[in-house]
Design a protein around this ligand. Structure first.
Ligand SMILES: NC(=O)c1ccc[n+]([C@@H]2O[C@H](COP(=O)([O-])OP(=O)(O)OC[C@H]3O[C@@H](n4cnc5c(N)ncnc54)[C@H](OP(=O)(O)O)[C@@H]3O)[C@@H](O)[C@H]2O)c1
Length: 175
């Protein structure tokens, strides 16, 4: 299973101010959002943390043939949210989750954060590719791209693309 992480960050590695559920739309560029939603649309398996789900659920678009899996320590809490074939909740570890969905025939897992869940995947050395948009913007308070933890790994820069005149950059890293 190939695991691809896609995120948008400020220059200083923040992924949200954490003040409202939609603050990303205030600072992420239109070019990034278009690219993100265009890439998301093509994915069969999308994985996220429960806090990301909580922040995005009101404007999530479900489509046939695309399964979203939300990682939470208490799947029961989300019992009423389950949509067979489109939305599942799991307390499995990142490793188990990858193994389980590989067995079901999925070949790519599209990871969309947030920082806590990203850290779990980095700890387990499961990330094959990182698509990271850097917006030319800084704010001090908020959440980090990858939550703190004891892990380290080298990646290689595969490509850089400037997405607009302000200098939003799309960086692609591979193992
Ligand atoms: N800029 C971007 O590209 C981007 C992308 C994604 C998200 N975001 C933003 O980031 C914020 C959320 O990020 P976050 O780091 O706070 O949270 P998160 O990673 O989305 O979710 C954290 C949750 O994951 C669950 N979890 C943690 N460890 C687990 C484990 N070992 N097994 C199973 N579940 C586990 C827990 O859920 P329970 O508490 O339910 O147990 C935890 O509260 C949101 O505001 C969102 O808008 C930004």
């Amino acid at each position: 299973m190939r695991v691809v992480l896609m995120m948008v960050s400020t220059i200083n590695g923040r992924i949200t101010k954490g003040t409202t559920s939609v603050d990303i739309q205030e600072w992420a560029s239109g070019e990034d959002q278009e690219l993100f939603y265009g890439t998301l649309k093509k994915q069969k398996l999308v994985v996220m943390g429960s806090k990301t789900y909580d922040a995005a659920r009101d404007f999530m678009e479900f489509r046939p043939g695309q399964l979203r899996v939300v990682m939470t320590r208490t799947p029961k809490r989300y019992g009423k949210h389950v949509r067979p074939g489109q939305l599942e909740f799991t307390s499995a570890t990142a490793q188990k989750l990858v193994e389980e969905y590989a067995k079901k025939g999925y070949t790519q897992l599209f990871l969309v954060g947030g920082g806590e869940i990203n850290a779990l995947f980095f700890k387990a050395k499961l990330i094959d590719e990182i698509l990271l948009t850097i917006e030319p913007f800084i704010f001090g308070n908020g959440k980090s791209l990858i939550a703190e933890g004891s892990f380290e790994e080298k990646f290689k820069l595969a490509s850089v693309k400037k997405l607009n005149k302000r200098g939003t950059l799309l960086l692609k890293y591979v193992r």
